[in-house]
Design a protein around this ligand. Structure first.
Ligand SMILES: Cc1cc2nc3c(=O)[nH]c(=O)nc-3n(C[C@H](O)[C@H](O)[C@H](O)COP(=O)(O)OP(=O)(O)OC[C@H]3O[C@@H](n4cnc5c(N)ncnc54)[C@H](O)[C@@H]3O)c2cc1C
Length: 485
């Protein structure tokens, strides 16, 4: 089958790119589960953009560089941040409804690492609202075909040119060819025992690109969000940074407010600093989020954070009256497939947008709410370069074997997640990394010949683990969210 565009992933990067591409040609969106199953759907805080009179691009750029430990690609930072207000306006034109202040202007929240209020949001469920609005548009677009429940298995690449993607759909293999192939497969939080990322985030896109010989970068920079609700199994429910932005503080098991000891911005320090401080304090006992200062303003909080308020209540906690147990959890991959400012990768005809890509915006650590921004600005680049005349089909063979009785790899997967959390997590040592590598190589040997989507995902996760370890071992000194002891 042949399309003008094939887009792998249906988070913000994939669906926004699809809506624009549909004006130029036929589009196929491939997505593992339902369209809305994505990291995007879970985003709470919002999108960073300069809108306030007090703010300017220079400040947003400086905050991004500082959070990224100046490891960022300055051109990408300038480009994406200057395009942010325009990207927000385009989303509004598509029907995305951001919260307004009393004057009817876009309301702006404040988050860690930002020197001004600049987080455009929809209460505390910004991602859900964006995803649902754009999915409605996708469903109405005649030029867009959607394959839900479809797994992108391998890129079809010959001599440095990407011709399409091999998929698994209803347990059958199929080759799809396209004039432009877009990787928008999101992140890889599921690599870790504790994560905020849903089960789709297994790093397939980076693993596929790696096997195809595509250039990758900065794989060691995994951001751990400081305040995941510490109850139940992963994915852990996120308590948005915006809650600290509104005044919540952190206390250790002794009841001490410890953040001022670690950073001058205290609870609003960049994420790596807050996560690392919590990680240290957790050695003495549990760490809590304390918003009891707002006990008098319960209704206001309920209005600003309806989702968080409701979720905590369902789990026996009151946002403004109880100390809420929290823990850091794997949240975001700063590195990935290297792209230029058009989203072009090192393989001809392969583009990458969103969390799977490494434009260099985030450097060694992402500034809060800069990732939806990157997805929105960069996927808007899909139609900026001319398409090849027609899609070619150099007849890639399909695997002969169809699915029979798959062996479960879930035990291998949970061993991998534990190893990654303990030895390749918030705090790393050369010894721990070397041991983790040895353990992953031994897990790799235990992988069965893949015979299910789950098997392919687990194999991808082992590949990603080894890539993260390899990059982490090479970076011997701490930088951003890569903390070496
Ligand atoms: C709980 C949470 C809160 C967050 N809050 C914020 C926030 O407030 N602000 C912010 O800027 N960022 C936030 N982030 C990060 C942000 O949501 C993501 O970085 C961003 O949504 C990534 O968008 P994306 O389109 O690149 O990927 P995703 O939204 O993750 O979409 C990836 C898509 O690819 C599909 N896919 C993956 N592999 C395959 C495969 N092999 N075959 C077929 N399909 C595949 C998935 O099913 C999914 O549809 C948050 C993340 C989480 C988890």
């Amino acid at each position: 089958m042949t399309f003008d565009f094939v887009i792998i992933g249906s988070g913000l990067a994939g669906i926004y790119a699809a809506l624009l591409a549909a004006k130029k040609g036929s589009v196929l969106i491939l997505t593992k589960k339902k369209l809305k199953n994505s990291n995007t759907f879970y985003a709470q805080g919002g999108i960073a953009a300069v809108f306030s009179d007090k703010d300017d691009f220079k400040k947003h750029i400086q905050d991004t560089l500082k959070a990224g430990a100046y490891h960022n690609n300055k051109k990408a930072v300038e480009f994406i941040i200057r395009k942010a207000p325009e990207a927000i306006r385009k989303l509004v034109q598509l029907g995305v409804n951001f919260s307004k202040d009393r004057q009817g202007k876009i309301a702006l929240g404040r988050e860690g690492g930002h020197s001004e209020a600049r987080i455009v949001h929809h209460f505390d469920f910004t991602g859900k609202m964006i995803e649902e609005t754009l999915v409605q548009k996708i469903r109405k677009e005649k030029n867009i075909t959607v394959y839900e429940g479809t797994f992108a298995k391998e890129l079809l690449v010959k001599n440095g040119v990407c011709y399409g993607v091999q998929i698994i759909r209803s347990t059958k293999f199929e080759n799809i060819y396209a004039r432009r192939v877009v990787m928008a497969s999101g992140g890889l939080g599921q690599m870790y025992a504790k994560t905020t990322n849903p089960d789709i985030a297994t790093g397939d896109g980076v693993a596929m690109a790696y096997r195809a010989g595509c250039k990758l970068k900065d794989m060691e920079f995994i951001q751990f969000h400081p305040t995941a609700f510490h109850q139940g199994k992963s994915p852990l429910f996120l308590i948005s940074e915006a809650v600290r932005g509104e005044g919540a503080i952190l206390r250790n098991s002794e009841g001490e407010r410890f953040m001022p000891r670690y950073h001058e911005l205290a609870e609003l320090a960049p994420r790596d600093k807050v996560s690392q401080a919590i990680f240290q304090e957790e050695h003495q006992g549990p760490v809590y989020l304390d918003f009891t200062s707002q006990a008098q303003h319960e209704r206001k909080l309920q209005k600003r954070f309806p989702q968080i308020f409701r979720y905590l209540k369902q789990h026996g906690y009151h946002l403004a009256k109880d100390l809420i147990p929290i823990t850091p959890a794997a949240h975001f991959s700063c590195g990935g497939i290297v792209t230029d400012l058009h989203g072009k990768t090192s393989l001809k005809n392969l583009y990458a947008f969103g969390e799977v890509a490494c434009t260099g915006l985030h450097g060694a650590n992402r500034l809060a709410s800069n990732s939806l921004l990157e997805a929105a600005v960069m996927s808007g680049q899909i139609v900026c370069s001319p398409l090849p005349k027609k899609a070619s089909d150099p007849s890639f063979k399909l695997p002969a074997k169809m699915f029979s009785k798959p062996v479960s790899t879930l035990k291998i997967r949970s061993s991998l997640q534990k190893i990654m959390w303990e030895k390749v997590g918030i705090l790393r040592t050369q010894k721990g990394l070397t041991l983790a590598e040895k353990e992953l190589l031994s897990l790799q040997k235990k992988l069965p010949v893949p015979d299910s989507i789950e098997n392919y995902e687990t194999a991808n996760m082992v590949t990603i683990g080894l890539l993260i370890i390899d990059s982490a071992k090479k970076r011997r000194k701490s930088l951003g969210c890569h903390l070496m002891y």
